[in-house]
Design a protein around this ligand. Structure first.
Ligand SMILES: Nc1ncnc2c1ncn2[C@@H]1O[C@H](COP(=O)(O)OP(=O)(O)OP(=O)(O)O)[C@@H](O)[C@H]1O
Ligand SMILES: [Mg+2]
Length: 362
């Protein structure tokens, strides 16, 4: 079947939502596009005697295919290692990406609707999910990954409060929850991550930080124990990519808006806090600031009825998730972004050090 021109496809999706369209105009807007998906595009739609600007995202490739090709292309992996990776990709949330984003927007809990873009329509074209969203360009602090210091302490407090809320209202109601397969073959996962970590250590030309590398090795040695501990604390549906690349601020309504739900998965919620902290400016990650944000999270979580969370139990979860991040996501970022986003991943690696030092402090 011949695929429709973008504008025709968009019109067809919106007509099903009863939009009476008279004109669709593509707008110049370039987000750069990620490694996986093309850039988000914008269109001005004239319909029903008004105009609405929409943002259009095409969720395409599964990250595991990109990972696989880079992993072998650079000579890091032989057939056996690729096979190990295939067994681990659900542990790394690297599968079913369009399905996850579609699942979230179809089922999201109505109590968080002010924190996510409105969806005007979505549809698969082949394997690609076409997502028609509210244009969030009125928000601030968007795409400030190169200048993370623009996030003020107040903004970060709001992001932490939003996370505490997400972690206690259920992102999607229980009855809608999918049964994504999760690999818990910890021996296989450890073997894969050890070999992957070794190849990234050889590949990456950054000056190594011994404390980070030791903490990562520590996680790999104790993976099954740490994972079990994290699960015992809590395992719920989390955003799983909650960093300043995927959040922005609706300053008029004082709300954090969160997009890019491709990685939504079950996990320990404090991973979202680690993700947020690691994306901030190194200047933010001082003990006094981190104490404020951690205590704020505890205060909000307690207000939602969570019991047993104090600075020490939260720090323990923060530590396990930080070293888990170091052994998984950080190495994936090295593989994906070392060429194009060196300063960003260098900053994250240094932030890992700051966060590990914080977790080890009393
Ligand atoms: N609803 C929206 N309104 C305006 N801009 C948006 C919207 N959604 C996404 N964008 C822009 O498009 C960029 C990419 O979107 P998103 O993060 O959802 O996709 P992605 O393909 O996963 O990108 P990346 O790999 O960079 O995370 C965002 O960083 C943001 O600049
Ligand atoms: Mg993104």
């Amino acid at each position: 079947m011949k695929s429709l021109k973008s504008e025709d496809r968009i019109a067809s999706i919106l007509k099903k939502q009863n939009w009476n369209i008279t004109k669709i105009q593509p707008l110049p807007f370039y987000t750069g596009g990620g490694l996986l998906n093309g850039p988000v595009l914008k269109y001005r739609i004239t319909h029903d005697n008004k105009t609405t600007t929409i943002a259009v995202k095409n969720v395409t490739k599964e990250p595991r295919f990109l990972f696989r090709s880079l992993y072998s292309e650079y000579g890091h992996a032989n057939t056996k290692q690729l096979h190990l990776f295939d067994q681990c990709c659900s542990f790394l949330s690297m599968n079913r990406m369009p399905e996850r984003e579609m699942f979230f927007y179809t089922n999201r809990n109505s109590s968080i609707c002010q924190n996510v873009p409105q969806i005007y329509g979505m549809e698969y074209e082949g394997q690609t999910l076409i997502l028609l969203m509210e244009d969030l360009s009125y928000c601030i602090r968007m795409d400030q990954i190169e200048t993370p210091h623009v996030w003020s302490s107040e903004d970060i407090c709001l992001a932490v409060e939003t996370l505490a809320m997400f972690h206690h209202v259920e992102l999607c109601p229980k009855k809608s929850l999918p049964h994504w397969e999760v690999s818990e073959q910890y021996d296989t996962i450890t073997l894969f991550l050890e070999e992957f970590n070794d190849s990234m250590n050889r590949y990456v030309t950054l000056r190594r930080i011994p404390q980070v590398d030791t903490a990562t090795e520590n996680y790999l040695r104790n993976l099954s124990e740490y994972e079990t501990r994290l699960k015992e604390y809590r395992k719920i549906l989390i955003h799983n990519d909650f960093n300043i690349r995927n959040i922005c601020l609706d300053s008029k309504n004082k709300k954090i808006k969160v997009y890019d739900w491709e990685f939504i998965d079950y996990g320990n919620p404090i991973m979202d806090l680690v993700d947020l902290f690691l994306s901030l400016s190194p200047g933010h990650l001082e003990k006094a600031n981190l104490d404020v944000w951690m205590n704020l999270y505890i205060e909000k979580a307690s207000a939602y009825g969570e019991t047993g969370l104090n600075l020490s139990t939260l720090k323990e979860q923060l530590y396990y998730n930080t070293v888990r991040y170091s052994a998984t996501r950080m190495n994936m970022y090295f593989l994906f972004y070392l060429e194009g986003k060196k300063s960003y991943i260098e900053r994250m690696y240094r932030n890992l050090f700051k966060l590990i030092i914080y977790c080890e402090s009393r």
